[in-house]
Design a protein around this ligand. Structure first.
Ligand code: FPP
Length: 242
C-alpha cells in the first residue's frame, strides 16, 4: 500500500462538455470524486492524500470559471470540514494562499486549526500551488537563513532543503495518479515525486471512483521499486527480511 498518494484531478471540463454542459458543471461533479477518494484513502490506511485542486497557472482561465472554483473551495471548506474532523482527517492547504483573499484564507486557517491534531489521514489540497513555486520558496527561505548567519552554506543538503518545502514532515509521494488522459506532471509536486510511481488514466476526474483507485493501487503493488538499486539487490534484501 502506498503511504502517500498524489492526484492530478484532470478532465472535469471535458466530462461536462461531453454531456453538453458548461465546464463548471464538471468541477461541481468533481467534488463527489474528491469525497470518494478521501473515503477510499481513509479506509485503505493510506497516510497521506495530496490533491491538485488549483494550479498557479489556473488563474489564466476564464474569469467565471475561476470564480466558480473559488466558490466551490469556499463551499467545500464550509460544508465538509466537520465531517473530515469526525473522521480524524487532518486538512492542510498547500500553496500560496495569499491570493485567495482574506475571507477564504480565514476559512482555510480555521479548517486547518480544527483538524490539526487528527491522524488517520493527512489530506493536502494543493491550491495556487506550483512545484517550481515550492522549490523557489524553499530556496528563498534557506537563502534568508544563510544571509542572517543562522545557516552555513555547507549545511545545505537534501534533507535540509526538504525541510523548507511545503510538504515537509510527510512521506515522499509513492504514487502519483493523473486522470484525464494526459501524460505529464504539469508543475505538480516536482521535488516530492522524485521516486514516485506514475499512473496515467484516461478516466475523467468525475468518473474516478473507488474501483479506479483500487486498480491504481493494484498496479502500484505489482511494480518493483528499485530506488537506484538492481532488481537482484532488492530481491535479496526482501528475502533477507522474510
Ligand atoms: C482540472 O480539470 C480540474 C481543476 C482545475 C479543478 C479541480 C477541482 C475540483 C475537482 C473540485 C474542487 C475540489 C476541491 C478539493 C475543493 P480541467 O478543468 O482541466 O478539465 P479539462 O482538462 O477537461 O478541461
Amino acid at each position: 500500500m502506498p503511504r502517500h498518494v498524489a492526484i492530478i484531478m484532470d478532465g472535469n471540463g471535458r466530462w461536462a462538455q461531453q454531456q453538453g454542459k458548461r465546464r463548471t458543471f464538471g468541477h461541481k461533479a468533481g467534488v463527489e470524486a474528491v469525497r470518494a477518494s478521501v473515503r477510499f484513502a481513509r479506509e485503505k490506511g493510506i497516510n497521506c492524500l495530496t490533491l491538485f485542486a488549483f494550479s498557479s497557472e489556473n488563474w489564466n482561465r476564464p474569469e467565471d470559471e475561476v470564480s466558480v472554483l473559488m466558490e466551490l473551495f469556499t463551499f467545500v471548506l464550509k460544508s465538509e470540514v466537520k465531517k473530515l474532523n469526525r473522521n480524524d482527517v487532518k486538512l492542510k492547504v498547500v500553496g500560496d494562499t495569499s491570493r485567495f483573499g482574506s475571507k477564504l484564507e480565514q476559512l482555510i486557517h480555521k479548517a486547518e486549526k480544527l483538524t490539526e491534531k487528527n491522524s488517520a489521514l493527512v489530506l493536502n489540497i494543493a491550491a495556487n500551488y506550483g512545484g517550481r513555486w515550492d522549490i523557489v520558496n524553499a530556496s528563498q527561505r534557506i537563502a534568508k537563513k544563510v544571509q542572517s548567519g543562522e545557516l552555513a552554506v555547507e549545511n545545505i543538503d537534501e534533507s535540509l532543503f526538504d525541510q523548507h518545502t511545503s510538504l515537509y514532515g510527510l512521506d515522499n509521494v509513492d504514487l502519483l495518479i493523473r486522470t484525464g488522459g494526459d501524460c505529464r506532471v504539469s508543475n505538480f509536486l516536482l521535488w516530492q515525486i522524485a521516486y514516485a510511481e506514475l499512473i496515467f488514466t484516461d478516466v475523467l476526474w468525475p468518473d474516478f471512483n473507488e474501483q479506479c483507485f483500487e486498480q491504481a493501487i493494484q498496479s502500484f503493488s505489482s511494480r518493483q521499486r528499485r530506488f537506484g538499486l538492481t532488481g537482484e539487490q532488492i530481491e535479496s534484501s526482501v528475502g533477507a527480511t522474510c
